[in-house]
Design a protein around this ligand. Structure first.
Ligand code: ZN
Length: 168
């Protein structure tokens, strides 16, 4: 469930709506004896497995496990650190600025990806084992944006999409 081929260890399982890796922890019983499945964030699990329990922390949200890299689905313990909820907001903000920084002066209003990103996304998708949704999370864009690459609504000038549709 984890791709450790790169510097970032990318969670290849399910992602939550923020693009963080997650999985279901089943077979737990709550106080009333009802069985429930709870979702566990993969990077929090990775932290506990490698570093031990996450301290409770003072704030309402307790202690957060944050990423020093740009991949919210990265579970490399070397890229994780503990912080407060405020640290998490600040980090998200910085991450957003980095991801959204103007790139190559592209005039397209929706352009957050560089041509290099788009070529990588197509190459990684062609290799298989990764979904468009996961690619969207990795590159910090919406699923629709990635989907548009494969339908030819965006970046069609790169020629990935033939008239008959995307050539795999
Ligand atoms: Zn990483």
């Amino acid at each position: 469930m984890v791709d450790v081929s790169g510097d970032c260890w990318l969670w290849t399982g399910a992602l939550d709506h923020n693009g963080s890796g997650m999985f279901s922890v089943g077979g737990q019983f709550d106080a009333s004896g009802k069985r429930r499945n709870s979702m566990m964030l993969a990077h929090r699990f990775a932290w506990v497995a490698q570093q031990g329990p996450i301290p409770a922390g003072a704030g309402h949200h307790g202690t957060c496990v944050l990423h020093s890299c740009l991949n919210l689905n990265c579970v490399n313990p070397a890229h994780l650190y503990l912080g407060t909820a405020q640290d998490a907001v600040t980090a998200m903000d910085e991450r957003g600025r980095r991801v959204n920084a103007p790139l190559m002066g592209d005039a397209h209003a929706n352009a957050k990806l560089t041509e290099k990103d788009v070529r990588e996304i197509v190459a990684r998708f062609r290799e298989g084992g990764i979904t468009q949704r996961q690619l969207a999370a990795i590159y910090g864009v919406s699923h629709a944006t990635v989907n548009h690459i494969f339908t030819g609504r965006l970046w069609s000038h790169l020629g990935f999409v033939a008239k008959k549709g995307f050539k795999k």
